[in-house]
Write a protein that binds this ligand. Structure first.
Ligand code: SAM
Length: 190
């Protein structure tokens, strides 16, 4: 049976950056296998992407649950992921240096859940789902090509540094939401 991916939204708002990532997550795992939890005020746009719940995953008491946390001790593998029905990922935007928000705001409150990492470097929420989904499909983390820290050229002078880890496509380009890429390149004030 396919696992359910749960995105526990932990940002104060459901801003454009979160929505671009959430849209890509729905493309990766499909809307029938995706829950968004801890959503006080839902939107039609979010409801088009998956099942939306006001309740936090912290109070749902789900069984066979695993939290993805960069601070966890064990690496997620195609074998150890098998028993889990629910895979929980933080709806947390990247920060640098990482503030360990997953541990502080999520892992410790999901009683009975096991915790795993996918390497020690920070992926965005959508890329964490991409990596976990690859592992669920049988690819070990060590076989997935990644690049730590990328720079996005905005114009001849400016670029934006993103100090996170990115899976690479077969041409060696970092994977990310196309809408987010466009937003970063065109938004004023970066
Ligand atoms: C952008 S990360 C937020 C990380 C946050 N800065 C922290 O230090 O916890 C968003 C989510 O993706 C998942 N994630 C990202 N990188 C991960 C890693 N290396 N191992 C496990 N989970 C990861 C976690 O569930 C995390 O809450």
């Amino acid at each position: 049976m396919k696992p359910i991916y749960i995105i526990e939204h932990l940002e104060p708002e459901l801003g454009p950056w979160c929505m671009f990532e959430y849209e890509r997550i729905a493309e990766i795992v499909g809307k029938d296998n995706l829950w968004f939890t801890n959503i006080p005020q839902s939107t039609k746009e979010l409801e088009a992407l998956g099942i939306v719940k006001k309740e936090s995953v912290k109070t749902m008491h789900l069984q066979n649950t695993c939290v993805l946390d960069p601070e966890a001790k064990e690496l997620l593998t195609p074998n150890n992921v098998k028993p889990y029905q629910y895979l929980i990922i933080g709806g947390i935007l990247g920060d640098y240096p990482p503030k360990k928000r997953t541990t502080k705001e999520l892992t410790q409150f999901v009683k009975g859940a096991d915790a795993y990492h996918i390497g020690k470097k920070q992926f965005s929420t959508d890329n964490a789902v991409y990596i976990v989904n690859q592992i669920v499909k049988g690819t070990p983390f060590t076989s997935i090509k990644t690049k730590y820290k990328i720079s996005i050229k905005v114009d001849d002078i400016a670029s934006i540094d993103l100090p996170y880890c990115y899976p690479l496509d077969n041409k060696g380009n970092p994977l990310m939401s196309h809408k987010l890429l466009h937003y970063l390149k065109t938004k004023e004030g970066f």
